[in-house]
Each structure stands twice: as structure tokens, then as C-alpha cells.
Design a protein around this ligand. Structure first.
Ligand SMILES: [Zn+2]
Length: 357
């Protein structure tokens, strides 16, 4: 009798959990965190962090900025000097799969090929891919500067660039056993540059959209999906959002040229701008991405819930959820979480996922 009761109680609890999970998914399908992948020494701690702090908050998407932090076999010349091994990656894959967390590995394509005064691995090894070879990296980087240098871009029309980057993308997705890939594509300032013999005179929106199509089509060959940041698709002037979280360099018309199955990560950190509606109305799935400001993030969470509940069934599916963004390393994010030192730190930001459903 007692045993029967225990079994029934267990089944009841399991059903309750399943129900809670499905209503949570109904409320907000994507509950994500975007952060840099840990270094090899930080993997074990990050595995515990995923298990103890992310899974317990029902986070189900983890965008990991890997870039060159992997021991690529296809292009060993592009590895960071200290980089994740296959074994390290498998630890992350295993813990995420156990808890139903989808890993979306990221390599910045097109833009973000340098950071401050440092050229990153792709253009260091393949300087011929540089969209602006005449722009030399400064000894002491400061913004603004005469060259308008924020980050370097690769030339999307260079005939050899995709052989190199797609080999890395494929290898990374294979090792992460991933069905989704994040290509970055944010803050691309150098595009259709006059000095580029292939791109000068071209429409920046067309060049941007062409690159999105190329990456998307490559991924589609293995039934994989592309995720990108949304800023280049918003008109910075009309919206007043300016050159960072929107485009002042004529790429925004690409929103009508890119494929509709690209997932948009729409980041707004200072104000809870409601541009998710714009993406959804274009037929693009979108998640709003907050950073560092819990008050803004809470409004963004509430907005997303209301967008879903206030939409037609057709539109509702485009409003996918919230992806908390962190621009520190995984190690830095965990330090902030465990020290709980400052307002807007990791613990407070993660508290936005305490959703009532
Ligand atoms: Zn070019």
C-alpha cells in the first residue's frame, strides 16, 4: 500500500514538474545566457555552475563565445595559445544535455576581427582578408579615432575567406554537437569600404544580407540554424538608437533581404526599447538581450511576456524570450555571481528568470 502510494506520489510530482516546465516554455520559450566560454582551467567550475545555478533557474539556452578558444584541427594556426580541448568541450556538452540546455557556440564573423589595439587571430594569420588593410592598429587604442576604428572586419567578398571560417564553424558545431550557431555580426562598422577593390561602391545592406545568406546556407546544409545580433538591422537615425545598438552605416535595409529563419538577438542595455516587435513583424524570431541593468531587464522580461500574450497566435511564435548577455569571461561572470559584490552583477541579473507562471 505504502509503496503504491509512493509510486503515485512520484508520478504526481513528475506530472507537476512537466506541467510547470511546459507552462514555463509557453510563457517564455527561450531563457538564455550569453557569455564567453571558459578557458581550460575554468571548465570544471563552469560545469558545476551550469548544474547548480543555470539549470536550477530553468535556463535552456547557453550562447558560448568560443572564437579561437578551441584547439581547432582544421586550422591549428588560428587557435589561441591556451584553448579548450575536445575533452573540455565534451564536459560542457554533457552537463548541458543532461539539463536540456541548448548550447549555441559563437565565432564572430564579418566584424569584431580586432579588439582595441589587437588584431585577432583570423586577420593576424590571413591579413589578405582585411577589409581595411590601410588602417594600422594603434599602439594605444582610443575611441573616437581618425580611422573610425572600432573593430576590423573581414572582406565578405574575398574568395577564400569562407573556406577558412566555415571549416572552423563546422568543426566547432561538430564537437559541441550543436544545431545552432551564433555568428555575432554586431557592430560591423567597416563594410563596403572604399579601399576594398571588391566591395567599394556596393550597397552595405546588400553586402551584409549576402553574408548572412552565405552563412545561413552553409549551416542549412546540415540542418543547422543561424543566430545573429540584431543591431545592424535597425535604423539608428530614425530610432534614435545611434551607431552601436543600431546602424548608422546603411545596413538596416538588410532586414528585408535576409532569410526569415535567422534568429535575432536584439540587445538593448540602457533602455527597454521595444524593437522585438519590429523583428517579429518582419517574420523573424527574436529574443531581447539585457545586460547589467536589472531594472531595465525586468521591464524587458515583462514586455516579452506581454508581447506573447498580446499577439495573434501567428505573431506570438516570433517572440521567443530573453537572453541575458555578459561581456565578461565565464570566469568573470562566476566571480561576480559568487562574490555578489555589485549591483547589476551576475546574481541579480540571473534573478530576472524567476518567472511566475
Ligand atoms: Zn571587401
Amino acid at each position: 500500500m505504502f509503496r503504491k502510494f509512493t509510486v503515485l506520489a512520484f508520478l504526481f510530482l513528475a506530472a507537476l514538474c512537466l506541467h510547470a516546465q511546459s507552462s514555463l516554455n509557453e510563457l517564455m520559450p527561450v531563457r538564455g545566457l550569453s557569455v564567453a566560454a571558459p578557458g581550460p582551467k575554468g571548465v570544471d567550475q563552469f560545469v558545476s555552475f551550469i548544474e547548480e545555478e543555470l539549470a536550477t533557474r530553468d535556463i535552456n539556452v547557453l550562447i558560448l563565445r568560443v572564437d579561437y578558444n578551441y584547439q581547432y584541427k582544421t586550422h591549428p594556426e588560428l587557435r589561441d595559445s591556451v584553448a579548450l580541448s575536445e575533452q573540455d568541450v565534451k564536459k560542457l556538452v554533457s552537463v548541458c544535455s543532461k539539463h536540456g540546455i541548448r548550447i549555441v557556440p559563437q565565432i564572430n564573423l564579418l566584424g569584431h576581427q580586432s579588439w582595441a589595439g589587437r588584431t585577432l587571430n583570423l586577420l593576424k594569420e590571413y591579413p589578405e582578408f582585411d577589409e581595411t588593410p590601410s588602417v594600422k592598429m594603434p599602439e594605444e587604442y582610443e575611441w573616437p579615432n581618425e580611422d573610425g576604428l572600432y573593430c576590423k572586419s573581414y572582406c565578405p567578398q574575398h574568395p577564400e575567406v569562407h573556406d577558412v571560417v566555415f571549416a572552423m564553424v563546422d568543426e566547432l558545431l561538430d564537437v559541441f554537437e550543436a544545431t545552432d550557431f551564433h555568428a555575432g555580426l554586431d557592430e560591423v562598422f567597416y563594410i563596403a569600404e572604399e579601399e576594398c577593390p571588391r566591395c567599394s561602391g556596393h550597397d552595405p545592406a546588400q553586402l551584409f544580407a549576402d553574408e548572412v545568406w552565405r552563412i545561413r546556407n552553409h549551416l542549412a546544409e546540415k540542418d543547422r540554424k543561424l543566430w545573429i545580433w540584431g543591431d545592424r538591422l535597425l535604423d539608428g537615425k530614425i530610432t534614435g538608437m545611434g551607431m552601436w545598438e543600431a546602424s548608422m552605416n546603411n545596413t538596416h535595409r538588410a532586414i528585408d533581404m535576409i532569410p526569415k529563419d535567422v534568429f535575432i538577438c536584439d540587445w538593448h542595455y540602457e533602455r527597454p526599447d521595444k524593437s522585438a516587435v519590429y523583428f517579429a513583424m518582419k517574420g523573424l524570431k527574436v529574443a531581447t538581450c539585457p545586460w547589467q541593468k536589472p531594472d531595465v531587464a525586468r521591464i524587458q522580461v515583462q514586455d516579452m511576456i506581454e508581447f506573447r500574450s498580446g499577439s495573434t497566435p501567428q505573431m506570438k511564435e516570433y517572440f521567443q524570450g530573453i537572453i541575458l548577455t555578459s561581456w565578461s569571461s565565464a570566469e568573470g561572470f562566476m566571480r561576480s555571481y559568487y562574490n555578489d559584490s555589485n549591483e547589476g552583477g551576475a546574481k541579480e541579473m540571473l534573478s530576472i528568470f524567476q518567472l511566475e507562471n
